[in-house]
Design a protein around this ligand. Structure first.
Ligand code: NZQ
Ligand code: ZN
Length: 387
């Protein structure tokens, strides 16, 4: 296990009716709020009204940035930063999924920066200060509610890039699983795949002596497998929704990575798909993951797949090691298909013509992954296999 400093600063209010803390929590940071949300799901569910009511009762003045896109765009960040600058906003409250939260984080940084907001995405070192961020999560997926990263899309340049700063971590996040009852099946499935992918990115890793982190990762994977299906069958299953919601936060808040040297593989490959084709992040991950697994399976990585197959999928440990590994990959693919997620790139409208361009762009920041480092040729092979 490597040395690490433990710090997860986001305060979590988890459970039914935790929205009741909103007024008091916001007032710790001021009385002028920018409310950021997506395409209207929070209006349909009634959550918007509840938030506004709490603001009014607590004399909190607020401005709004509606319409944040899935795969949030730099144009929305620019709009939000302008509102913050003009009105001296004290805190940004995102109500929604990862897109609204990510957009808020970069708005918070851009509001404290004199130049062009895209600079802060290309080069996170330029982020010096961030307005306080808070969130009310409505979709279990990205973990943005408890991490310090954000992913923003620039459609003019076909780029989707991650950025981050420690102060981008929300000051507090309200996680009421009932707010996810209205999530459509397709997003429940994509969210589950996303949570699992965050775990895979750090579980398939070469750091030695991380028994505890690996067992925690397996517990989280089993939670997703068990409750992902249940939430699909019954969207109002509180037990399923609460387990998925907490898994979403724990998968990526640092808990699984402390003590490991990590460098992600499938996410950088997927970000190109959503940058070029604006597809759902979790869907892209679910399509690519089994092909990535097959590609990186070799004599050096075999034991990790055996661990995965035996501990997560309960495959007989007495079988031949390669048989266990292949079965574990097959189970992974079957699970994503059982959630109704497409399994090929063509099904989501991606054709061969852009594969090379995307493969080249995914490595502009260098090779990806450290379980088995991949260059643009490897990535092209994986894209082709997933076609
Ligand atoms: O926009 P609205 O109307 O709210 O509808 C959204 C959107 O259409 C809908 N939705 C959300 N909650 C709902 C709901 N519909 C009904 N009831 C609810 N309770 O779901 C759709 C997708 O929402 P979005 O916020 O885009 O989804 P998600 O949470 O999956 O976020 C995806 C974005 O996060 C980035 C992804 O790349 C993508 O841009 N990621 C952020 C990460 C981070 N900050 O750490 C890590 C991830 O790996 C990921 O890259
Ligand atoms: Zn993700």
């Amino acid at each position: 296990m490597k040395n690490f400093n433990y710090s997860i600063p986001t305060k979590i209010f988890f459970g039914r009716d935790q929205i009741n803390v909103l007024g008091d929590q916001i007032k710790k940071y001021g009385s002028k709020v920018l409310l950021v949300y997506g395409g209207g799901s929070i209006k349909k569910s009634g959550l918007y009204e509840k938030v506004v009511d709490i603001f009014n009762k607590n004399n909190i003045i607020f401005w709004e940035l509606p319409g944040v896109e899935p795969n949030p765009r730099i144009t929305s960040v620019r709009k939000g930063a302008e509102i913050c600058k003009q009105n001296h906003i004290d805190i940004i409250l995102a109500v929604g999924g990862g897109s609204s939260i990510d957009c808020s984080k970069v708005i918070g940084a851009a509001a404290c920066y004199d130049g062009e907001p895209w600079d802060l995405v290309i080069d996170p070192r330029k982020i010096k200060k961030v307005l306080p961020i808070a969130s009310i999560l409505t979709l279990a997926a990205t973990g943005s509610e408890m991490d310090a990263g954000a992913v923003i899309t620039n459609l003019e340049t076909n780029q989707k890039l991650g950025t981050g700063h420690k102060d981008m971590a929300p000051k507090f996040s309200i996680l009421d699983p009932t707010n996810t009852f209205t999530v459509p099946k397709s997003q429940t499935a994509a969210g589950t795949a996303d949570i699992m992918s965050h775990i895979f990115e750090v579980y398939f890793n070469n750091t030695k002596g991380v028994y505890l982190q690996d067992r925690m990762a397996e517990a989280l994977l089993k939670t997703c497998i068990n409750y992902g299906s249940k939430a699909m069958e019954n969207p109002e299953d509180y037990e399923a929704r609460s387990n998925l919601m907490w898994a979403s936060s724990l998968a990526i808040n640092g808990l699984l990575t402390y003590g490991k040297e990590t460098k992600w593989s499938v996410h950088p490959m997927e970000h190109e798909l959503s940058a070029f084709y604006d597809i759902t992040h979790g869907v892209g991950l679910a399509i690519l993951t089994p092909h990535w697994m097959k590609y990186v399976l070799n004599d050096h990585t075999l034991n990790k797949f055996v661990e995965y197959g035996v501990n997560v999928w309960n495959i007989d440990e007495n079988l031949d090691k390669y048989e266990i590994a292949h079965k574990s990959i097959e189970e992974t693919k079957k699970f994503f298909i059982s959630l109704g997620i497409p399994s090929t790139l063509r099904e989501v409208g991606i054709e061969e013509e852009s594969l090379e361009k995307m493969a080249n762009q995914s490595t502009v920041r260098g090779s990806i992954g450290n379980f088995l480092p991949l260059d643009s040729k490897d990535i092209l092979n994986i894209y082709k296999a997933a076609l």
